[in-house]
Design a protein. Structure first.
Length: 396
């Protein structure tokens, strides 16, 4: 019996020692590794052998952390990169922090280049620049990526409604720039190709959106969701062939047909909020009847005129009309946000559930990203004690 007992005890000690070794607290130490030489092709076509382990490609670089994370999250879902490892990293540049987005390529470089070429051709990235790096560098890139993903998926958040206006404005501006830049019409070059928002344009629109949301007491996340769902915050005319029969023509109508005492008018959608011409008339009537609100509280550029000119409605005024229309729908459906959002697209008689689902997805995502960014209390994730900058590759 003794040999068997002794053997079992030794086995138990061995297993226990292994578990202790794996689970014990310890500092991360990067030890030298013997690398298998991998050929790297230089721009002039000369092949050089370097002690490297992986190929990576830079596909984007940003100077703002939240914007970089939004783009990183977007590229993780890009179909051409479905089987690739997308990494969000950090560097201290000459003018401040920079956030390169990298893709780890397959070991077969030809396949990797083909993947990048497809990603660029389909408009997900503007360009790429590949290089070979040693495993410790890739390991630290992964560690940095984990810090970013952890920071922007914290279990505790700062409630959107409690954020100061300045912070909310900054986050909304970034979100608008991101959504317009990733619009499928831009990526696919669908004519007429819209122009994505500049930071200055996004700042003005974000300020107007916050003002209107506060003035009409409408949920900011769903208002942002409607703007994204309609036109990704860009001023592009839509539904160009949409028409509507009505009893008589009104000033400004574009009459296409007359039949049996009725007229068929063009009813295309206008601007950022894609409000049809007839809905715009309805929103203007709501404004003229609204005696409960003091519209002088709004900036002058956002106040609707007494007489509506369908062909001259600037974006700030259109934002006011959109907020008023959304408020009216919320009142119509006794505060039911889902029905009100669905009716923004389908009308009060037949709210569109698929439209509401799309708006809700954007609203939830916008809220989560902005609340997570706010939960960092102004500190960048790259400033945390868990963040380690990548060391320069050996032999480079």
């Amino acid at each position: 019996m003794m040999p068997l007992v002794t053997t079992l005890l030794l086995a138990a000690l061995t297993v226990g020692s292994l578990y202790w070794w794996e689970l014990r607290p310890r500092d991360l130490v990067l030890r030298p590794i013997a690398w298998t030489p991998v050929p790297e092709v230089s721009p002039d076509g000369v092949r050089a052998t370097l002690p490297v382990a992986f190929y990576v490609a830079e596909v984007g670089r940003y100077d703002d952390e939240l914007t970089a994370y939004l783009m990183f999250d977007y590229l993780r879902g890009a179909p051409p990169l479905a089987r690739a490892e997308v990494l969000l990293t950090h560097e201290e540049g000459a003018e401040g922090p920079e956030y390169p987005i990298l893709v780890r390529l397959p070991d077969d470089l030809a396949l990797g280049i083909a993947m990048l070429a497809e990603t660029e051709a389909r408009g997900y990235i503007p360009s790429y620049d590949w290089r070979a790096v040693a495993f410790p560098i890739v390991f630290q890139y992964r560690q940095q990526t984990r810090v970013f993903t952890s920071a922007y998926n914290l279990p505790r958040r700062a409630a959107l409604e409690s954020l100061p206006r300045e912070a909310l404005l900054a986050y909304a501006r970034r979100f608008m720039v991101f959504k317009s830049a990733t619009d499928p019409r831009i990526r696919r070059r669908i004519e007429p190709v819209p122009q994505s928002l500049s930071p200055e344009e996004a700042s003005r629109l974000a300020a107007d959106v916050l003002t209107v949301a506060d003035f009409f007491e409408i949920p900011i996340d769903f208002f942002l969701g409607i703007g994204a769902m309609e036109n990704n915050y860009m001023d592009v005319r839509g539904d160009l062939e949409n028409t509507k029969w009505k009893r008589r023509a009104e000033k400004g109508d574009i009459v296409l047909r007359r039949s049996k005492g009725r007229v068929l008018v063009l009813n295309y959608s206008t601007g950022v909020w894609q409000i049809t011409r007839e809905t715009l008339r309805y929103a203007h009537r709501l404004y003229l009847r609204d005696k409960e609100r003091d519209y002088t509280r709004l900036p002058e550029r956002m106040r609707p005129p007494k007489a509506l000119n369908l062909d001259e409605v600037d974006t700030p005024v259109l934002t006011t009309y959109a907020g008023l229309f959304f408020r009216d729908l919320l009142d119509t459906f006794d505060g039911d946000v889902a029905l009100a959002v669905g009716a923004y697209n389908g009308g009060p008689g037949r709210p569109n559930p698929k439209y509401e689902e799309g708006v809700r997805q954007v609203a939830v995502y916008a809220r989560r990203m902005m609340e997570q960014a706010a939960a960092l209390h102004g500190q960048r994730a790259a400033e945390t004690s868990y963040f380690a900058p990548p060391r320069a590759p050996r032999g480079r």
